[in-house]
Design a protein around this ligand. Structure first.
Ligand SMILES: N[C@@H](CCC(=O)N[C@@H](CS)C(=O)NCC(=O)O)C(=O)O
Length: 231
């Protein structure tokens, strides 16, 4: 099976999918989609959002040999079908993993992405004024004029909010290395969101959350060879 991930390197949903692929030990190619020029992504998936995952010759496909899946939840479920082991949805906790993942990808993302806006804007600025302009336009259309500047000014309250939304996860990790016992979908979703606090190379997960900082490193080190999943 040939696997291709269309991604933006800064995207939480893409970071989640990359880690699921690593955990399952699947080889894959990454197509880093240009933020402005998305022709290759559109040709592969018919739309402009990432992640999109292209599978060639996957088990149980529609017979055409090639399928492209969008949305990280759908991608996760399809990967679980084509490569069931190691599972990311252990039967005992399948429902909890899905419910927690939806919470992480909504409420947790809502807090973390604001704190990450200055670093993400800087990342796109390095790629060119047009990339930054589109990044700002998309956010300002949704959150109002001046949103990116406001996130610069509101760094401090944004990190207070980050601390508040992440505190229950810090508590959960007192009980073990992963959120619900063994590693699973919710862990990869949380990793994906935390990745937006590591865009510059510095780990900006608040120091008050040492277990989450360790957790991020633990999941980050999961490679395709599955060489380090220990606490
Ligand atoms: N719920 C979707 C979220 C996908 C999503 O929001 N993707 C973002 C990047 S994280 C995107 O493509 N945004 C388009 C843009 O920024 O232009 C998933 O989990 O895949």
């Amino acid at each position: 099976m040939k696997v291709t991930l269309y991604q933006f390197a800064t995207s939480p949903a893409c970071s989640k999918v990359r880690k699921i692929l690593d955990y399952k030990g699947l080889d894959y190619q990454i197509v880093e989609v240009d933020y402005v020029e998305r022709k290759e992504l559109i040709a592969a998936s018919g739309q402009i959002m990432v992640p999109a995952l292209r599978l060639e010759d996957a088990a149980g496909g529609d017979g055409g040999g090639v399928e492209t899946i969008v949305s990280s939840e759908r991608i996760a479920l399809r990967l679980e079908e084509v490569c069931p082991e190691p599972t990311i949805l252990p039967p005992r906790n399948r429902g909890l993993h899905l419910a927690l993942t939806r919470y992480i990808d909504s409420a947790v993302e809502e807090a973390l992405f604001r704190a990450a806006v200055p670093d993400e804007a800087e990342y796109f600025a390095r790629q060119g004024a047009d990339r930054l302009a589109l990044f700002r336009y998309i956010r300002e259309r949704k959150y109002g004029a001046g949103f990116c500047e406001r996130m610069e000014r509101e760094r401090e309250p944004n990190f207070v909010r980050v601390l508040k939304v992440l505190a229950p996860f810090e508590m959960a990790l007192e009980q073990g290395a992963f959120l619900l016992g063994g590693a699973g979908l919710a862990d990869f979703a949380l990793y994906g969101q935390l990745h937006s606090l590591a865009l510059t190379g510095a780990l900006k997960i608040p120091l008050e959350l040492p277990r989450l900082r360790e957790f991020y490193g633990r999941v980050d080190r999961i490679s395709a060879a599955l060489d380090d999943t220990g606490p």
